[in-house]
Design a protein around this ligand. Structure first.
Ligand SMILES: *[C@@H]1O[C@H](CO)[C@@H](O)[C@H](O)[C@H]1NC(C)=O
Length: 335
């Protein structure tokens, strides 16, 4: 009798646990590091959350399981995040094209305050072909999404998807081309074209690619610094570290009209208030990423970057980001 009651109690407890687990989304852990010059880097208990509109994930935001993340092409391992564009289901290849955000242990988005600071990330773009965009960027979303809804809600960007907000594209790239672009907004007046730096468009035709100065067939570290002067953003600079070698790249020193969209000052003010780290992989039929990688912008041939070509020729298209660190200038790449 006693043991039967105990078993019933145990079953009830297990069922209660299962219900609790089902009502809270399993956010894949992705530890990151916050660094200071004096204190070094401290591991943060961060995780990632899929955007609420993720197409092929089952379940509403707040109830997704790790299987839903896998179906959406999202996998984490240690401090590495892999985003896969096409995911096989039976004999179908579904375009998952995931977008995720960095969450803090409190379930709110991590608000990165990067004015006068830097952010570094190790990347592997070797399997990201022409027409594809592995994007690592910041949007000025609200810490708890919209109206305290579940994590994964409240997306915004400077193209006014969701709603209009400041966006800093730290890295938009594939194995053949790369750009970093500021997109400040003054209210709903956003700099949609943005102020960009693309080495190929700047005449460095052998800088970014397989076997080039930055060899995209292998992993490397990307360091982006938001230099401030008198509390204002003065420049955005980029360097790479590959095989222990530091490679300095370009900088952005001006960003359109301060009077209309806010310019570099507006971008810096948003970085000072805090922005949310968004990471995605995507392609598009209309522009085929020509603004990033073909014509004057990169070596990709017209048509090479169409989604159908990518799906046929590069069904395994994926990008890996790892070892995300942010903090004082110079602090994130110290041994
Ligand atoms: C991360 O979690 C561990 C274990 O709960 C805790 O000891 C550590 O202080 C946390 N780190 C931060 C930065 O909060």
């Amino acid at each position: 009798m006693h043991s039967t009651l105990t078993s019933i109690g145990l079953v009830a407890w297990l069922l209660a646990c299962q219900a609790a687990a089902q009502s809270s989304e399993q956010h894949p852990l992705l530890p990151t590091w916050k660094c200071t010059t004096s204190g070094g880097c401290v591991q943060q208990n961060t995780s990632i959350v899929l955007d609420k509109d993720a197409k092929y994930a089952q379940g509403a935001p707040g109830s997704r399981t790790s299987a839903d993340y896998a179906r959406m092409g999202v996998a984490t391992s240690g401090n590495a995040l892999t985003l896969t564009h096409y995911v096989r289901s039976g004999n179908q290849l579904n375009p998952a094209s995931p977008r995720v955000y960095l969450l803090g242990p409190d379930g709110k988005y991590v608000m990165m305050k990067l004015l006068g600071q830097e952010i570094s990330v190790d990347v592997d773009y070797s399997d990201v072909p022409c027409g594809e965009n592995g994007a690592f960027y910041l949007s000025e979303m609200k810490p708890d999404g919209q109206n305290n809804a579940a994590a994964g809600t409240g997306y915004c960007d400077a193209q006014c998807q969701g709603y209009c907000c400041n966006e800093m594209d730290i890295l938009e790239a594939n194995a053949r081309a790369t750009a970093m672009t500021g997109h400040p907004c003054n209210g709903n007046n956003c700099d949609k074209g943005g102020c960009g730096y693309n080495p190929y468009a700047s005449g460095q035709r052998n800088f970014w690619g397989q076997g080039m100065t930055v060899d995209t067939s292998k992993p490397f570290t990307v360091v982006t610094q938001f230099q401030a002067n008198g509390g204002k953003l003065s420049s955005i600079t980029r360097k790479y570290i590959q095989n222990g070698r530091q490679i300095n790249s370009g900088s952005i020193n001006t960003c359109g009209s301060e009077a209309s969209t806010g310019g570099l000052t507006g971008m810096g003010a948003a970085l000072g208030r805090g922005m949310v780290l968004a990471i995605s992989i995507w392609n598009d039929a209309a522009q085929q990423m020509a603004w990033l990688d073909s014509g004057n912008n990169g070596p990709c041939r017209s048509g090479e970057g169409s989604p159908s070509n990518i799906q046929n020729q590069h069904p395994g298209t994926h990008v890996v980001y790892s070892n995300i660190k942010w903090g004082d200038i110079g602090s994130t790449t110290k041994a």
